[in-house]
Ligand binder design. Structure first.
Ligand code: IVH
Length: 672
């Protein structure tokens, strides 16, 4: 193989993918395929270090940490923009421009989103990225070349577009972090016990100011460019021409930039972007309007710090202050308890806000949120507004720390907090806030499997107070059903017989149906085995007994104990039994636990067994079935059509069983 050629080819492909992703916003390969290419390139360059070039995608990361940033003089000062806070100021700007240009016709502007990030300047010499800097005081910035090089969105070498490559290209743009990138970054920061960033802008600033560029490389930074500095070797007549050229060179330009005319279109663009703002993947704090013609820009000239040919239209604040009048506690359909702040109504970004979620006790403690506090509230996207921080200076005297009550606000039962989670939960099977969801779960296919008992029926029966807990299902009478809207005689009878049939059930189905926190089908089966399908011993089990069951951890066992601590939950079970629930003992012919502790994966089609039957058999014999192959897998049962899982298993040296071999194991036990 010609290594040099392959290296050049991969570099070109990677650059092409960056172009598709960042400039065209239309990626053509997956992230993992991209990583694979980069990995191949790294390996080739490792074995042929003489072929490494500074513009290779592998050279983005790895520069030695700095002790301080150097400085860079901007050849043309980086100015700022004058701000228009209200529509009238945008109209006045357009009037001023018309007057100075001595025209009555609509002026041609380029309208751009005003990104809320960090302004930077990139310098390309003969198409190669040589320097990058912050805005600094506008004259001198910090040299952040190493950090900017880590951004895949910044081409290390310009593409050959429709325009010749300029000998010097200085281009300004905004480095930013997307809203989702920001959320992920903060989750990571929290995991590592590092400080959280207040907003995407701060996160971008903090990431760019790292002396160790390897940290910057891990941050999801991106860039859109919007303004020329010095350009040599090529001249443009309009701002739009310049932006179009940037794209062909591989430099990202915001896709919402528009060519417009006159004040009406300025206002329309401004309002349009303001309404789209929350749905954009990154933060913008306004819009920018620039006279399109460079010669007219020159005629208009600059004031002391900002050009006369451009203006920024600022959006209404998304953050405002208000007062917490009260804190209420809500109970979700799964029993999760959520505190909600009731606010003195305020306008945020054009919407009246009266509530803000407080998430959980940890969040309340971290921000020390109290009733009566003045708080900074933020609205972003369609999500429920959140409280950014308390304005401590405005705290009234004699306030108290807020503590979520220890009982459910709906049913009054004790709430509990699982060891691994910040949320508190109400575990009352019959809590009115949860009852519909609990009944739906109880009758679902893998629980009691009551046919023809749909969501609508549950809703009607709960609303009519016929069902107030799951055991009441077994006392439903013909008249209860027949009196409902649109209930035919035949359907009512069918439902009653489905309820009757469901009474003969298994321990595992019944226990799974109770919806004990973290007790899914698999755990329910383990419990069935351990307690030999005796629901009474299970109801009275203590922590140490549960903790000693293989595969049951402390979080599950705590949830179980908490569940049975509530006497009403026990009563629901006893009442179900009194009303005919009959729990079968497990099938004793198959109880030899020869597959105890063994993990199986099934793949391909099986010929004599259905998958679910095979799964059931494995579980009855003490094994477990997992959906993916890993080093923890003991056996892969592979039928015709097996593909990826088979390959992975072979690679990991996992024992592979054909259907026949699998059946031999099962039958051996059956015939014992
Ligand atoms: S043009 C002479 N265009 O806003 C004009 N700036 O106060 C120079 N910004 O420092 C700036 N989006 O960091 C321009 N589409 C955009 C912008 C933008 C955000 C930032 C930039 C600048 C500040 C202006």
């Amino acid at each position: 193989m010609d290594f040099a050629k392959r290296i050049l080819k991969i570099r070109e492909e990677i650059n092409d993918h960056n172009y598709h992703y960042y400039v065209l916003n239309d990626p053509i390969i997956s992230d993992s395929e991209y990583d694979k290419l980069l990995h191949e390139l790294e390996e080739l360059e490792n074995t042929h270090p003489e072929l490494i070039s500074p513009d290779s995608p592998t050279q983005r990361i790895g520069a030695a940490p700095l002790t301080e940033f150097g400085t860079i003089q901007h050849t043309i000062p980086m100015q700022s923009l004058a701000n228009a806070m209200i529509d009238e100021e945008l109209i006045a700007f357009d009037k001023r421009v018309q007057k100075l240009l001595e025209t009555n016709s609509n002026v041609n502007y380029i309208a751009e989103p005003k990104l809320d990030g960090i302004g930077v300047e990139l310098v390309y010499k003969n198409g190669v990225f040589t320097h990058g800097s912050t805005r600094g005081d506008g004259i001198t910035g910090e040299d952040i070349t190493q950090n900017l090089k880590t951004l895949n969105a910044i081409p290390l070498r310009l593409r050959h577009g429709n325009h010749p490559i300029p000998s010097i290209l200085e281009v300004r743009g905004e480095v930013f972090i997307t809203k989702s990138g920001f959320n992920e970054l903060n989750i990571n920061q929290e995991k590592q016990g590092d400080k959280l960033f207040a907003n995407p802008r701060n996160a971008a600033a903090g990431s760019l100011r790292q002396l160790d560029s390897r940290i910057t490389a891990e941050r999801p930074l991106s860039i859109f460019c919007y303004q020329p500095g010095t350009i040599e070797g090529i001249a443009f007549e309009t701002h739009m021409e310049f932006l179009e050229a940037l794209k062909t060179w591989g430099i990202p330009v915001n896709p919402h930039i528009k060519n417009i005319f006159g004040a009406d279109e300025i206002l329309k663009y401004h309002h349009d972007m303001e309404s789209k703002r929350n749905n954009l993947p990154y933060d913008i704090d306004g819009t920018v309007y620039k006279v399109n013609s460079f010669s007219l820009q020159e005629t208009l000239g600059i004031r002391s710090r900002s050009p006369r040919w451009a203006i920024a239209g600022k959006f209404k604040a998304q953050q405002v202050t208000t007062i917490i009048k009260n804190i209420d506690v809500q109970v979700g359909r799964t029993g999760a308890i959520t505190p909600v702040a009731r606010l003195e109504p305020v306008q945020v970004g054009g919407v009246t806000v009266t509530n803000a979620t407080l998430h959980n006790q940890d969040e309340i403690d971290r921000k020390d949120i109290r009733i009566g506090d003045t708080v900074l509230v933020e609205r972003a996207g369609d999500v429920i507004p959140k409280i950014v921080k308390v304005i401590i200076d405005k705290r009234p005297q004699k306030t108290e720390k807020y503590q979520i009550p220890g009982t459910c606000p709906i049913c009054g039962h004790k709430v509990y907090r699982s060891e691994d989670k910040a949320v508190m939960r109400c575990q009352n099977l019959s809590c009115p806030a949860q009852i519909k969801g609990r009944i739906e779960h109880f009758i679902s296919r893998n629980a009691l499997d009551i046919d023809g008992f749909g969501e609508k029926l549950v809703e009607q029966l709960v609303d009519k107070k016929i069902l107030s807990s799951v055991d009441k299902i077994f006392t439903i009478k013909y008249d209860d059903l027949a009196n409902l809207d649109r209930m035919a005689d035949k359907s009512a009878k069918n439902i009653l017989s489905a309820i009757e049939n469901s009474k003969n059930t298994t321990f595992a189905r019944f226990v799974y149906g109770l919806g004990i926190r973290n007790v899914g089908e698999h755990i329910a089966k383990i419990l069935e085995k351990h307690f030999n399908a005796n629901i009474h011993t299970f109801m009275n089990a203590q922590r140490d007994e549960l903790d000693n069951i293989f595969e049951i951890g402390p979080i599950v066992s705590k949830g179980i104990v908490q569940f049975w601590k509530d006497r009403d939950n026990k009563n629901v079970v006893l009442s179900s039994i009194a009303n005919g629930i009959n729990i079968a003992k497990p099938d004793l012919s198959l109880t030899a636990q020869i597959l105890e502790g063994k993990t199986f994966v099934l793949t391909g089609s099986l010929e004599t067994l259905t998958r679910s039957r095979a799964k059931e058999l494995i579980q009855k014999l003490g094994g477990r079935v997992s959906s993916s192959v890993s080093s923890k897998t003991d056996y892969l049962v592979a039928g015709p059509g097996a593909g990826g899982k088979l390959k992975t298993a072979q690679k990991l040296g996992i024992k592979i069983l054909l259907e026949e071999e699998f059946l031999t194991i099962i039958y051996k036990i059956n015939n014992k």
